[in-house]
Design a protein around this ligand. Structure first.
Ligand SMILES: [Zn+2]
Length: 317
């Protein structure tokens, strides 16, 4: 029996080889896009991202009570200003993925991101689950989101992160049709790669995410559920520090996904501050927005001679 909405039918063991191969080949990781050296001769690229979901997660689920919405509002009122101040103190850029409804609720915040030199990118209309939408609805919401952010800031976003961190059968086609330069929703590698569809290169750069490098699994809880994975912020900082140190050794990318309503709390922001202290204690670090990172990755895609041979990363484990 299926255990959730996305589970495979119970008879998947009956599938002939072409069937299971076609599922796997639909969206695949192609070439790893890591240059010999990052811009400025840096050894590691650091791409910080914040998903400014705020009220859209309860709204998406039809939860409209003031208590649930207030938890999201915290991200806008308390979290985002602290994060912007912290980034300014370290002088580092970040990418803010913002659902359009969140940006329309907090237009000054959306404009502050771009005004401060950060990147604003698409994160759905109302944090919808694209997996549950038909192609026309998914496309329309993506177009609407793109238009709303463009109107608010005067800049057309070039990047997208699906709120579900997943692709429906239509998602990749919509991204390509709308001309996005990169996606940041999949998890096939630690380093950027080209997305390959049905065995064909698409030219779309993937900047992979992972739950390990996300604050939500460590800190959020379902009040009425039994799972309460509260973690000590400094324990989480240690995990992220290990991720960064390995990326530094490999000459790769350290990418992080945070949420203002999660990491923006006083005791948790300590973890981000101490992590930034650690990262900035290294000299040869390139802090980049996801768009800048995707640009560099595309350079490697267009000119393979810029690519670092795998043999150059003997420490990769
Ligand atoms: Zn989100």
């Amino acid at each position: 029996m299926p255990t959730d909405d996305f589970s495979l039918p119970a008879d998947s063991w009956r599938w002939p080889e072409p069937t299971w191969r076609s599922h796997v080949d639909a969206v695949r990781a192609g070439r790893r896009l890591v240059p010999h050296r990052w811009p400025g001769g840096a050894r590691v690229a650091v791409a910080l991202s914040f998903d400014s979901d705020h009220e859209t997660i309860p709204l998406r689920d039809g939860e409209t009570s003031p208590g649930r919405l207030a938890q999201g509002e915290y991200g806008a009122r308390a979290g985002a200003p602290r994060i912007l101040a912290l980034l300014a103190r370290y002088g580092v850029p970040a990418t803010f993925f913002m659902p359009a409804v969140s940006a329309l609720l907090h237009p000054e915040e959306a404009r502050a991101y771009t005004r401060d030199g950060h990147e604003l990118a698409v994160h759905g209309w109302i944090h919808e689950r694209n997996m549950l939408l038909g192609r026309d609805d998914e496309r329309e919401l993506t177009v609407r989101a793109l238009d709303a952010l463009t109107t608010l800031t005067g800049q057309r976003p070039v990047g997208i992160r699906t709120p579900s961190w997943d692709f429906s059968a239509s998602t990749l086609g919509i991204m390509l049709e709308l001309g996005f330069a990169y996606d940041s929703s999949l998890m096939a590698d630690d380093e950027p790669y080209e997305i390959v569809a049905e065995g064909l290169p698409t030219g779309l750069v993937e900047i992979p995410v992972d739950w390990i490098r996300d604050d939500a699994p460590y800190f959020t809880m379902d009040r009425y559920g039994s799972v309460r994975p509260h973690s000590r912020p400094r324990d989480v900082r240690e995990i992220w520090t290990d991720e960064f140190d390995a990326a530094y050794r490999d000459g790769g990318v350290f990418q992080l996904t945070l949420h203002p309503h999660v990491i923006g709390h006083r005791s948790r922001l300590v973890a981000l501050r101490e992590l930034l202290d650690h990262i900035t204690s290294h000299r040869d670090v390139w802090f980049a927005t996801h768009a800048e990172l995707a640009d560099t990755a595309r350079g490697v895609l267009l000119d393979p001679s810029l690519s670092r041979p795998a043999a150059d990363t003997p420490e990769r484990t």
